[in-house]
Ligand binder design. Structure first.
Ligand SMILES: Nc1ncnc2c1ncn2[C@@H]1O[C@H](COP(=O)(O)OP(=O)(O)OP(=O)(O)O)[C@@H](O)[C@H]1O
Length: 239
């Protein structure tokens, strides 16, 4: 079975007022799926529906049995009274990761992401990029089978972005599947294996770049051109 099957007929925040309708896709091992769409298209709502955070949902979201997933929200969330190390301790306890294994993994991630010397501070006092990096480390510590990431690039400096992409690549080689919403289309075009383009709460195109191009009738179009055509009803080949 796939890591995740999504078959959402409709979902939203209020009864009988669906924000997204007919969102169907699956996530397989080692895949990175880019969830693309203009502001307000329904990307975060799709993610919330997958995570079971919406009361008003019709349809089915099915994770493969025993699959562990990590969610990285758009805006970092931390406990006010815990340092980053304490957050990591907490995550390790919840995930029942053996002490020695988790400590060496945490130390190596903190070193890579240049947060080692800040690990005993409260993440609430970090810069935006540092907070984003802390969220990534917390997600990775559990070695999940699936990552669900809502716009990871905000606030990351170029080195952190490269590091993040390398980490995701490594996780994919291990077999993890990733669903990532983003507005950074040139990066998404390079790194994602498949795309979901959502507009006005509906899935307007999905598949590999060449499948998306076919669906948009833009045989040589960039991801941006396809996105633009769907969002604005026209293509812009200059991008
Ligand atoms: N908590 C909420 N209650 C009611 N409506 C909401 C809520 N959150 C989002 N919406 C509405 O759902 C629609 C889709 O929003 P969503 O956050 O899913 O868009 P998005 O594609 O993630 O946008 P962005 O790129 O701006 O993050 C919008 O019209 C928004 O106003």
């Amino acid at each position: 079975m796939n890591l995740l099957n999504v078959d959402i007929a409709s979902a939203g925040y209020e009864n009988e007022k669906p924000i997204i309708t007919q969102i169907h896709f699956d996530l397989r091992e080692g895949e990175l799926i880019g969830l693309i769409g203009p502001n307000g298209a329904g990307k975060s709502t799709t993610i919330k529906a997958i995570l079971g955070l919406l009361e008003h949902k019709k349809g089915l979201v099915e994770f493969k049995e025993g699959v562990k997933y990590s969610y990285i929200p758009e805006r970092p969330v931390f406990y006010d009274e815990l340092t980053l190390w304490e957050h990591l301790d907490f995550a390790a306890a919840v995930e029942r990761i053996p002490d020695k294994e988790y400590k060496s993994r945490a130390a190596s991630l903190l070193e890579q992401y240049k947060l080692a010397e800040h690990a005993h501070k409260f993440p609430g006092t970090y810069s935006k990029g540092m907070q984003q990096k802390a969220m990534l480390i917390l997600a990775m510590i559990a070695k999940p089978d699936v990552y669900i990431i809502d716009e990871p690039f905000i606030g990351l400096d170029p080195n952190a972005m490269k590091l993040f992409l390398e980490s995701i690549e490594k996780e994919r080689r291990r077999g993890a599947g990733v669903l990532m919403s983003t507005h950074v289309l040139d990066t998404a075009e390079k790194v994602c294996s498949r795309f979901l383009i959502v507009h006005e709460g509906q899935l307007k195109a999905s598949g590999t770049l060449s499948e998306i191009r076919q669906q948009c009738n833009l045989p040589a179009g960039s991801l941006y051109a396809c996105f633009h055509q769907i969002a604005e009803g026209s293509s812009n080949e200059e991008h």
